[in-house]
Write a protein that binds this ligand. Structure first.
Ligand SMILES: Cc1cc2nc3c(=O)[nH]c(=O)nc-3n(C[C@H](O)[C@H](O)[C@H](O)COP(=O)(O)OP(=O)(O)OC[C@H]3O[C@@H](n4cnc5c(N)ncnc54)[C@H](O)[C@@H]3O)c2cc1C
Length: 455
């Protein structure tokens, strides 16, 4: 027997049942097979996922470092608002600390965190789904399970890989590159793939292409190169890591990393600056760059980065006034972090575009994304309370491990202030001396961050 779904929902509403998913479904769930009804919980992008009441609703699109922080802080700062976190992954996997995890210095359990338990503990709603579109004209997010309206939206999608810069629209080349030589800069199956490739690598040429700035976590590819080289050295694997850097030199922590390459990994790391990518062939394992060509046995092929797809779907990408081309990053009010064209839509974390003529972009780090999450939660809570939010700026801190025996790391710290001209100014301090104490501080930092998001 086929249940008439409209009647069924009508009955549930009549007896006062609060339906979480699709209580207000408006479209038919008939499947393509005549007479066979699609099960209710399979969902449908054209149905309503959550009915909207009078309570102000804040939807957060993306539950990484920025989005998870924002969800938790919004519950604290705006207790009367409804907070909904939408995320495609079932669990959180941390990119920070993952370079240490690659070489077995830390267990997977340290990196992963439970969305559902956190949302239940703090009282926001977590819905695992794919976000497919954002329609700002009617304040609606379209997900794989249905649509959801918002009063305020926080877009926290992280980055996308801009493979088009290398291959245009050639899907065969893109898919081959992604699957054979993943960048592992977006959580999380790629990380497992990379770890497997590393631990089965018998020797030869291991190449890493570094994207041009702005990119996710600029010092982390150098840390990754050091950890991989340390693994080769410790396990006596005859292999070399070649870093093909788009930049003209190592940045940040230039001296510290270069000393590590020379003093710890003379026979294991080769650093090549100005290696702008001209051509990559994932089938024949060849790379042509402005600094020379090479063949490789395995590679971590990092294409250029851009703001995650959701900023594009929301129409929030900036346009370069000189070229008329997309900047690739969200065009936000540099202090309030909402889209310049829509003050109900905030963008946080890596996706944020230009913020200052002095340093251009905030470092695309988990630390900054966490601070953005807190800041924007405060801004929205203030607005809901009928007040004008005061400007807050983030700080940034990054530890980079360079040696496994003894365990030693480097450090870089950033601070921000608004100068007398109203411009956001950055101060950066590189700590170039390798220290064991930085390793301890790094793990403490990560523990505190996870606690802040999921504790
Ligand atoms: C190897 C490595 C080492 C790093 N080390 C450090 C470090 O030591 N310190 C530091 O501060 N930072 C570090 N970072 C950087 C840090 O991981 C990022 O800056 C941070 O994750 C950015 O947070 P975010 O919230 O902007 O994006 P993310 O954390 O990537 O979150 C985005 C979320 O949005 C979700 N999403 C996107 N699109 C959709 C969609 N359509 N539907 C549903 N969900 C979607 C994604 O699944 C993801 O969970 C490192 C990064 C890497 C790769």
């Amino acid at each position: 027997m086929t249940i008439n779904r409209r009647k069924f929902l009508g009955g549930a509403a009549a007896i006062g049942g609060a339906n979480l998913l699709g209580a207000c479904a408006t479209s038919s769930t008939e499947s393509l097979t005549p007479g066979v009804a699609k099960p209710f919980l399979i969902g449908n992008p054209s149905e309503v996922l959550l009915t909207k009441g009078k309570t102000p609703r804040i939807v957060i699109a993306g539950g990484g470092w920025g989005g998870s922080t924002a969800a938790k802080y919004l519950r604290k700062l705006a207790p009367n608002a409804e907070v909904v976190l939408l995320e495609r992954n079932p669990v959180f996997f941390s990119c920070p600390i993952s370079n240490k995890w690659l070489v077995n210095m830390v267990d997977t359990s340290f990196l992963i965190h439970d969305y559902l338990a956190t949302s239940q503990k703090y009282g926001y709603r977590f819905i695992q789904c794919e976000i497919m579109d954002i329609d700002r004209s009617v304040r609606k997010v379209v997900t794989s399970l249905g649509t959801i309206e918002y009063d305020f939206l926080i877009i926290a999608p992280g980055i996308r890989y801009n493979y088009e810069a290398w291959f245009g629209n050639d899907r065969t080349m893109i898919e081959a590159t992604k699957s054979k030589f993943p960048a592992a800069y977006i959580p999380n199956h790629e990380h497992f793939n990379l770890k497997k490739a590393l631990h089965s690598f018998k020797g030869g040429d291991w190449v890493m292409t570094l994207p041009p700035p702005p990119q996710r976590c600029p010092p982390s590819p150098y840390e990754r190169a050091c950890m991989i080289a340390w693994h080769f050295k410790t396990n006596k694997i005859k292999a070399k890591v070649t870093i093909l850097d788009h930049k003209d030199d190592v940045r940040p922590i230039n001296i510290g990393f270069k000393r590590a390459f020379k003093e710890l990994y003379k026979d294991y790391i080769e650093y090549v600056p100005n290696a702008h990518i001209k051509e990559i062939d994932p089938f024949n394992k060849t790379i042509k760059t402005a600094a020379g060509d090479m063949k490789f046995d395995h590679a971590v092929l990092m294409s250029p980065h851009q703001a995650g797809d959701l900023v594009w779907k929301a129409g929030g990408i900036g346009v370069n006034p000189n070229t008329g081309k997309a900047t690739g990053w969200a065009e936000v009010d540099n202090k309030m972090l909402h889209l310049k064209k829509d003050d109900r839509v905030y963008v946080i974390g890596d996706a944020v575009g230009l913020v200052s003529p002095q340093f251009l972009f905030y470092p695309k780090s988990g630390h900054i994304a966490n601070r953005h999450g807190r800041i924007v939660a405060k801004y929205i809570a203030e607005r809901l309370a009928g007040r004008n939010p005061e400007v807050s700026l983030p700080d940034n801190l990054c530890y980079m491990m360079v040696n496994g025996s003894p365990k030693e790391a480097l450090n870089v710290q950033f601070d921000y202030k608004i100068n007398e001209k109203g411009i956001i100014e950055q101060t950066q301090i590189d700590y170039n001396d390798r220290k064991a104490s930085f390793v301890a501080e790094n793990f403490k930092w990560a523990g505190l961050m996870y606690e802040d998001m999921f504790g």
